[in-house]
Design a protein around this ligand. Structure first.
Ligand SMILES: Cc1cc2nc3c(=O)[nH]c(=O)nc-3n(C[C@H](O)[C@H](O)[C@H](O)COP(=O)(O)OP(=O)(O)OC[C@H]3O[C@@H](n4cnc5c(N)ncnc54)[C@H](O)[C@@H]3O)c2cc1C
Length: 754
């Protein structure tokens, strides 16, 4: 996951994966900045490219064609990706406040979070209308509208509020989409604009063209209509002094850009509309360490309409200035053009070009626009292969700026053994910040100054011990801490036990005291989420500085001796139930090679964060005869650990294996975890190998899992009910994957069913 060791000197934090920041990521990936650690906090992992958005909505592009996938791009840039949302800023202490994770400190901060349509406090707008941004939420809402359109038995009215380029393009794209879909009832579009004309920032000639196109497409345009209230079924507007009421079936909001309300509360200098005010260098006019670009920024000296084109053009200057700022150098100025070419699509694979009074219309313009847009997307999709020169990687001999050499000599001077321990003051400060469960049975724990922890064991119960430790699978310490802790707890649940106490083992990359403290804090805060959820008390641990981030827990659990679940105990006739989908090994191997889609990794992370706690209870309730959790040895390895002591054969149905999205695609491309070749040696345990090894799911049998699901042997009579309960509990991909058979061939106990 990580490159060579390096010393972090500056934290450059990017918030929002907007059009300017994708250029920053690419620039830092192409030319890493020694000593600068990049972190991207992004609410969405896919950025819709504004140029292709209308074409995507009209149905001309698929999701991947129209979205920049931030995960491989961040990887390429050696940038940590924190999938979260900024909700505030502590400017005094240089910290970004996030919705779902600890605050993120920065030395240099850049904000590119876009905008949302302005609802201008209009009563009912927030409740009843569907805003065009955020785009992913718009599309979910639009899908629901399309279903209603399909079921409509009478004419269906769609109102769009906003007559700028965005609103007009959106209306025409939606109209095209509906016209080419299976709508049975007639659909009427109504476009409302407060301004006396559509496209107010464009030339009269362009406006005339669009007025004609809208009329040809039967869109009713209501100009100079000030919408002042929305009810569940009506839009209320004033026009020439009269109050008018328009019924609607669906209402879409596509007005001017607005900024989130919290910006003004941060103390950053902002415009009356709440946008961050920046100078010619895209630097906050009030806080020099803070930069902003795209819709969220307003350039004090150059007022321009908010647009994707502007955000794109700011990208390279922003990248250069972030580099200058982290080096303490003079910044460069950005002078935006007064007029630039706009290519506005009309939804039907045609477009209108507009630059001042010059305009051109037709299919050729669309093809021109399409070519430009595809070329732009290609820049962020076709990334150069990994060459060991990513940010955060120090390769001796490749840098001649002296910094790398200095860093390496500093590393060489770090101590090993106990001298590599993280200092006690850092540790004490971190532990004071994370929640630690205290319980009466913890006689000596974390808060007591003793050599070891002491935990009382209730009479009649047995203690279950386990330990896990591994290198970071993701470069977000908080997420990694949470996953690693969840993984470590898995063994306890697989035994049918309840976790009680844990010791942590952490290795944190070298750095200044402040950087080490923050990483350790994020790691421990992440682990605390899983520990709290499971009711496990952290009673001690060991930390050290090291080449890379690594973490694990030694966990103790308690169980009634009679309720212990073992790997042995499978009985012929039992059904095999697998609690979670397979594929994390290949997916993270693909992620390292920039070959995984961001949404695949998101789904895999979600699965890895899901605790096996309630699944274990469910399996016990349904009389599980044996159980284990699927981790490094893969499904086959762990299955054999069950069949051998149980002295049974098993039959596994390859088509029934639950699979994480993207895993088969990744395996088919020949991307395997580095542990796969080791695991594959177990294939001789498969009786009908020849006939089954070409099945697409076959390599999944050997794929190592992190925080994988439980595999249990359940009495046949209970299997269906057990599976239904697992689904109910949220293990939506759990499945019956086979059955247990009488023993016949101890050397090859596994038969695969196609
Ligand atoms: C229908 C429609 C069509 C358009 N067509 C065009 C066009 O053809 N040409 C054009 O130039 N412009 C067009 N625009 C305008 C264009 O979409 C925006 O100007 C452009 O997207 C702004 O880019 P940005 O970089 O500022 O932000 P965005 O591209 O919006 O990206 C902001 C990112 O920040 C993330 N984010 C938001 N809030 C937070 C937070 N609090 N914390 C962390 N992350 C956050 C979001 O997930 C998002 O990915 C169109 C707009 C609409 C609505």
């Amino acid at each position: 996951m990580q490159g060579q060791p390096y010393i972090v000197r500056k934290d450059l934090v990017l918030v929002g994966g907007g059009h300017s920041h994708v250029a920053v990521l690419k620039a830092f990936g192409m030319r890493p900045e020694p000593g600068v650690r990049l972190t991207l906090i992004a609410r969405d992992i896919h950025t819709p490219y504004s140029g292709m958005l209308p074409g995507y909505i009209a149905g001309h592009y698929d999701f991947d064609e129209a979205h920049v996938d931030l995960r491989p791009l961040a990887h390429f840039a050696g940038c940590r990706l924190y999938h979260d949302e900024m909700i505030g800023l502590d400017l005094k202490n240089n910290r970004v406040l996030c919705r779902g994770r600890p605050e993120v400190p920065y030395d240099v901060l850049s904000i590119d979070i876009g905008s949302t349509p302005d609802e201008a406090g209009i009563p009912g707008a927030a409740k009843y209308s569907l805003p065009v941004k955020p785009v992913d939420r718009f599309l979910i809402g639009w899908n629901a509208i399309e279903h209603r359109v399909r079921d409509a038995t009478r004419s269906f009215r769609i109102a769009v509020v906003g007559g700028g380029a965005g609103g007009v393009e959106l209306t025409l794209s939606l109209q095209h989409r509906i016209a080419t879909s299976c709508a049975t009832a007639p659909v009427q579009f109504h476009l409302f604009s407060e301004a006396p004309q559509i496209l107010p920032t464009h030339h009269e000639r362009v406006r005339r063209k669009f007025a004609r196109i809208l009329s040809e497409r039967n869109v009713s345009v209501h100009l100079a209509h000030r919408v002042h209230e929305i009810t569940a079924e009506h839009l209320l507007a004033t026009h020439s002094g009269s109050n008018l009421v328009f019924p609607y079936d669906a209402l879409i909001w596509a007005t001017n850009a607005a900024a989130p309300g919290w910006i003004t509360r941060t103390g950053l200098a902002a415009t009356p509309g709440g946008f961050i005010e920046v100078d010619d260098c895209l630097q906050s006019v009030s806080h020099p360490g803070v930069f902003a670009a795209g819709d969220i920024a307003t350039m004090r000296n150059h007022l321009r309409a908010k647009s994707g084109v502007m955000a794109v053009r700011q990208g390279p200057v922003l990248a250069a200035n972030l580099r200058h700022a982290s080096r303490g150098e003079t910044l460069s100025a950005f002078f935006p053009q007064r007029r630039f070419l706009a290519l506005i699509s009309t939804g039907d694979r045609r477009a209108v070009a507009s630059r001042g009074p010059w305009t051109l219309e037709g299919a050729l313009v669309w093809r021109w626009k399409d070519r430009i847009d595809r070329r732009w997307m290609q820049r962020y999709r076709d990334l150069p292969p990994l060459n060991g020169m990513n940010a955060g990687t120090v390769v001796p001999g490749h840098r001649n700026d002296g910094v790398a050499i200095r860093e390496i000599s500093e590393l060489a001077m770090r101590c090993g053994g106990c001298g590599s321990k993280i200092g006690s003051t850092v540790l004490t400060r971190v532990l004071a910040r994370i929640p630690i469960i205290s319980r009466a049975d913890i006689l000596i724990g974390m808060r007591d100054a003793d050599d070891a922890a002491v935990v009382e064991v209730p009479a009649g119960q047995v203690m279950v011990h386990t330990v896990d430790f591994f290198r970071a699978i993701v470069d977000d310490p908080y997420l990694f801490g949470n996953i690693a802790a969840n993984h470590s707890l898995g063994d306890i649940y697989a035994m049918g036990a309840q976790p009680q106490s844990a010791l942590a083992i952490a290795s944190v990359p070298f750095g200044s005291e402040a950087k080490i403290e923050q990483t350790l804090y994020e790691l421990m805060a992440g682990a605390a989420v899983s520990l709290e959820e499971s009711g496990t008390a952290l009673v001690g641990g060991h930390t050290s500085e090291g080449a890379e981030l690594a973490f694990g827990l030694s966990v103790n659990g308690l169980a009634e001796r009679s309720r212990l679940l073992r790997k042995s105990g499978m009985r012929p006739g039992d059904r095999l139930i697998l609690g979670k989908a397979l594929g994390t090994g290949t997916l993270f191997a693909a992620d390292m090679r920039h070959q995984a889609k961001g949404r695949w990794i998101d789904a895999a992370l979600e699965s890895m964060l899901q605790s096996n706690r309630t699944a274990a209870d469910c399996l016990l309730r349904h009389g599980a005869h044996a159980c284990t959790d699927i981790t490094g040895f893969g499904l086959l390895g762990h299955l054999l650990e069950m069949t051998r002591p149980s002295q049974v054969d098993v039959e596994v149905e390859l088509d029934s294996l639950p699979v994480l999205e993207g895993a088969i695609e990744s395996l088919t491309r020949g991307i395997f975890s580095s542990l796969q070749p080791e695991n594959i040696r177990l294939r001789r345990a498969i009786r009908n190998l020849e006939a089954t090894a070409t099945h697409a799911c076959y390599p999944l049998l050997f794929d190592p899992q992190t925080a994988g699901g439980l595999l249990a042997s359940i009495p046949e009579a209970n299997a269906a009910a057990c599976l239904a309960d697992l689904h109910q509990l949220g293990y939506i991909q759990s499945a019956i994957i086979g059955q247990v058979l009488e023993p016949s061939d101890t050397a090859a106990p596994v038969t695969l069913i196609l």
